[in-house]
Design a protein around this ligand. Structure first.
Ligand code: ADP
Ligand code: GN1
Ligand code: MG
Length: 359
């Protein structure tokens, strides 16, 4: 075992000593494709768990983050018991001293229930499945509609605020501290040329009501079970007061392209219109009269915004030297940025069709 792995195993042992379970015979495997945290599946002879090392650089408010998840889970469980929420609610497991997370060395960890027989998907396979995805995320926000938003800590300020993200891009361009700008100047120029769209987003955002939104509704933040049906919403790290168009937009971003988020053959990208139709119809239906007319219109704005905003964030991280998103190859963030900006372009071109499908 190399030193890094040995030290990880030592940390994990220390973490597990803080819980009321017998972890003497535990198998550990890496879980999922998240870009931020390190997540492991633990299997003991008696049970399965999820152990997560929370990325403290990105989530400095780590204690508030797991505190938010605890409050949200408690609320969702109550809703589920009253028949108002059809999905499972994987709970965080408290330490022996009743904490939602634990610090070992410089790192924070938490333990959660593993939903047995569950798995994640990286793409939707059919319009029917897309409809279930949209309904699951809509059910999540609907079940939180009476949750007091003021009780949740803001974990990342201005998370989906386009003005803030453009300022971050501008700073990264000005610093160019890895000398990467010249190779992506065209993409940078394209992003700054979207000023009209940016102003429209800022304008409509002011007029929309706040909900407790998930803010990271990509397809792999949903657990599926037998028959590929959604069984739980996970990754509550960014649950904060937000706009429905953001949650809807991230579903479009991760379900409607035929290519993966980091695919390098953007010229082959097409929008799956049947998937879009299933997403928007089922999302609107699940909210029924809980969504205003302007919110309905804003869903198309969200469908353009999320590829754009995530694309600019990948580009910013590329210019800054890949400090934020996990990368596994050279120019990984640049590839992701190009692909997401291509998706933004395709959604913009298809807008009249998308508006017609939304009716
Ligand atoms: P990240 O913030 O890094 O995306 P996630 O919370 O999404 O981390 O977890 C990463 C992966 O771990 C998920 O994509 C999923 O595969 C798996 N996972 C997380 N929580 C659970 C759970 N409660 N039950 C089963 N699998 C889970
Ligand atoms: C990150 O944690 P994960 O991998 O589910 C990111 C999202 C991005 C996404 C892009 C806290 O999500 O905002 O949309 O990558 N999460 C955070 O795939 O920044
Ligand atoms: Mg995730």
């Amino acid at each position: 075992m190399d030193n890094k792995k040995a030290s990880l195993h030592k940390d994990i042992d220390t973490v597990l000593n803080n819980y009321h379970f017998d972890f003497s015979k535990t198998e550990i495997e890496v879980l999922g494709n998240g870009h931020i945290n390190n997540t492991y599946k633990l299997t003991t002879p008696e049970a399965e768990f999820v152990l997560q090392q929370i990325n403290h650089d990105i989530f400095p408010k780590t204690v508030e983050l797991s505190g938010n998840a605890q409050k949200i889970n408690t609320h969702l469980l109550k809703q589920q018991q009253q028949g108002n929420y059809p999905l499972s609610v994987p709970q965080q497991i408290l330490t022996k001293s009743g904490e939602t997370c634990i610090k070992v060395g410089a790192n924070y960890w938490r333990l959660m229930e593993f939903i047995s027989n569950s798995y994640t998907l990286e793409e939707v396979k059919s319009p029917e499945q897309a409809g279930l995805v949209a309904t699951a995320f809509a059910n999540f926000s609907c079940a939180l509609s009476d949750f007091p938003a003021k009780d949740i800590a803001v974990i990342i300020e201005d998370f989906h605020e386009i003005g803030f993200r453009m300022r971050q891009l501008r700073e990264a361009v000005a610093d160019d501290n890895c000398n990467r700008l010249s190779a992506c100047q065209d993409l940078v120029d394209f992003c700054f040329a979207q000023q009209g769209f940016i102003e429209h987003v800022v304008d409509i955002s002011k007029k929309l009501p706040l909900h407790v939104t998930h803010n990271d509704t990509k397809i792999n933040n949903l657990l599926f079970t037998n028959g590929d049906t959604p069984c739980a919403v996970i990754d509550l790290d960014t649950c904060m007061p937000g706009l429905l168009m953001h949650d809807f937009g991230d579903m479009v971003r991760t379900c409607c392209s035929n290519l993966a988020e980091d695919d390098t053959s953007s010229e082959k990208m097409v929008l799956k219109l049947d998937i879009f139709e299933a997403l928007i119809t089922n999302y609107q239906n699940a909210f029924a009269d809980k969504m205003t007319a302007l919110e309905k219109d804003s869903l198309i704005v969200g469908a353009k915004l999320l590829p754009f905003i995530i694309g600019t964030r990948f580009l910013t991280d590329h210019l800054n030297g890949d400090n934020y998103f996990h990368v596994s190859r050279e120019n990984h963030n640049l590839d992701r940025a190009k692909s997401q900006i291509q998706l933004f372009t395709l959604v913009c071109e298809a807008e009249p069709t998308l508006v017609a499908l939304a009716k």
